[in-house]
Design a protein around this ligand. Structure first.
Ligand code: ADP
Length: 490
């Protein structure tokens, strides 16, 4: 760890090994975790290979068949609540880990990632003893009456593959419903940002979950991740990440008919209607573009603005963009940190050059920030056409594309003219228009007059290339259980 990094952390408090069957153990290899703020070495973490993954899956299977498998929902709920308390206890530390590992300004995990993770574990602690089936009236069988009902059972061993942008929060979205429903897990955190998830697993152990219920195999996607999604004793893969890897996972899962939940990002529209509160809209749009450096699957990157307010919105968004303060994640003045790694920085800069080359009007930003670390200037283009590259491809960085429209039908047509469909935001004071557009836009989640109003009670997931399935809320329980029908011939 670099000196600055060590200063920010409680020394020696993050485990960096594999956790399998209730024991921390080193792997034969390690991989480097890089500090995005200065490019220095942050940590060396055990890199699981296929054999390690196999041992983790075996441990998870054994736990499923052991005490965990016969534990009551109420007792699982007690453990989940205890875990939520421990996350709360270590909240500041976890927020600092996220800031350090991803480069996000410290205030962001403090207000979003950590409280959301706590709320998610508490929400699903509440479901754990309420997973009910149904009694279904049937007409009888061969002249005899019948009594039929359904039960919901755990799916089995679940592989949770975590992205690097909001690791703790998304680990919560995958682990909390899976554990509430009685599954066991093998978790593969992202190689770019594994630290908070490693600490979460330490807390899971401290909370008293039986050995093997949650195992962690940090490592490379192409090695540990690939071995996990191909393992024949894994019953489900829950993945959040890029569409390319998502496609690969679904193909691999098909071999043994594993269940999959895939959340694959988006190119989400923010629609500004003529009657919108422009100041509030611009504030929300800037947040939807620059929060977490724009490394957000639900980032509102296509800003569709009615021509009557177009110039006003573009000017105000330019000001809001120039007002962003790129800087060190622990500096309270910072509003936008570095991107997670050099590859991501170069990828985003290449998209910016593409935007310029394709003739979009650069309103603000447009290059790298002149300092160490993987910084990119917050950037906004106007007069973008929806068929240009920066309007079609997910950039995963602080880059917005403003597109004008003349009427509501055109807005919906542009909003839906994308391969993605994760989220959409509508800015209007007209309640009828708000609901009408909310129904017409193709997206898993629609927000009116606010961006990213997330809550663990609300189903989360996308349509089209944004993914398959839903996480969170009761839908999260459905996605982590199999339904069984029982019929007794009386
Ligand atoms: P990004 O391209 O932004 O890094 P990815 O989709 O590659 O996003 O990564 C998301 C998660 O998927 C990470 O934990 C990564 O290690 C994992 N991963 C990457 N490639 C594979 C793969 N072939 N099989 C399984 N998991 C993978």
């Amino acid at each position: 760890m670099t000196t600055t990094a060590a200063r920010k952390l409680t020394p020696n408090s993050v485990r960096t090994e594999l956790f399998i069957g209730g024991a921390w153990q080193p792997a034969a290899q390690t991989f480097d975790v890089v500090d995005p703020s200065d490019g220095g070495l942050l940590a060396q973490v055990s890199a699981a290979d296929a054999d390690d993954v196999d041992r983790a899956v075996t441990a998870a299977r054994r736990a499923l068949n052991g005490t965990w498998g016969s534990m009551s929902g109420a007792d699982r709920g007690v453990l989940l609540n205890r875990l939520a308390d421990l996350i709360e206890r270590d909240g500041d530390f976890l927020a600092r880990l996220e800031a350090l590992d991803i480069g996000k300004p410290i205030g962001q995990p403090t207000v979003l990632d950590i409280p959301n993770a706590i709320a998610t574990f508490r929400h699903f602690a509440g479901w754990a003893d309420k997973i009910q089936g149904a009694a279904i009236p049937t007409a009888g069988h061969m002249g005899r009456p019948t009594h039929s009902y359904t039960v919901r059972e755990p799916i089995g061993v679940i592989a949770a593959i975590i992205p690097w942008n909001t690791p703790l929060m998304i680990a919560g979205w995958k682990l909390a419903p899976a554990l509430a429903a009685g599954n066991t897990l093998v978790v593969k955190p992202a190689e770019d940002a594994p630290l908070s998830v490693l600490h979460l697993v330490k807390l899971i152990d401290e909370a008293g979950f039986p050995p093997g219920v949650v195992n962690i195999v940090p490592g490379l996607g192409k090695v540990a991740g690939a071995a996990l999604v191909r393992h024949r004793d894994v019953d489900k893969v829950s993945f959040t990440g890029s569409p390319e890897v998502g496609r690969d996972i679904q193909q691999a899962a098909a071999e043994s008919f594993k269940r999959v939940t895939l959340e694959l990002g988006g190119k989400s529209p923010q629609i500004v209607l003529p009657d919108a509160d422009v100041d509030a809209a611009v504030q929300g749009i800037a947040m939807g573009l620059f929060f977490n450096q724009g490394e957000v699957c639900a980032a509102g990157t296509r800003i569709l603005v009615h021509r009557s307010v177009y110039d006003r919105v573009v000017a105000a968004l330019g000001d809001a963009t120039r007002a962003q303060v790129p800087g060190e994640p622990f500096d309270p003045a910072t509003t936008i940190g570095p991107l997670v790694n050099r590859r991501q920085q170069e990828r985003v800069l290449a998209y910016i050059e593409r935007g310029k080359a394709e003739g979009a009007r650069l309103v603000a930003g447009g290059g790298r920030v002149d300092r160490a670390g993987f910084f990119v200037e917050p950037t906004v283009f106007a007069d973008v056409t929806n068929d240009s590259t920066i309007a079609r491809e997910e950039i995963f960085g602080p880059v917005g594309a403003v597109i004008p429209f003349d009427d509501v039908d055109e807005a919906i047509r542009i909003a839906n003219d994308t391969e993605y469909g994760l989220a959409a935001t509508i800015w209007t004071r007209d309640v009828t228009l708000a609901h009408t557009l909310a129904h017409k836009v193709q997206a898993g989640a629609v927000w009116v007059n606010g961006w990213a109003a997330l809550n663990p009670a609300l189903p989360w997931g996308g349509v089209k290339s944004s993914g398959i399935g839903r996480e969170l809320g009761w839908s999260g329980i459905l996605a982590n259980t199999e339904e069984k029908t029982v019929t007794v011939v009386l």
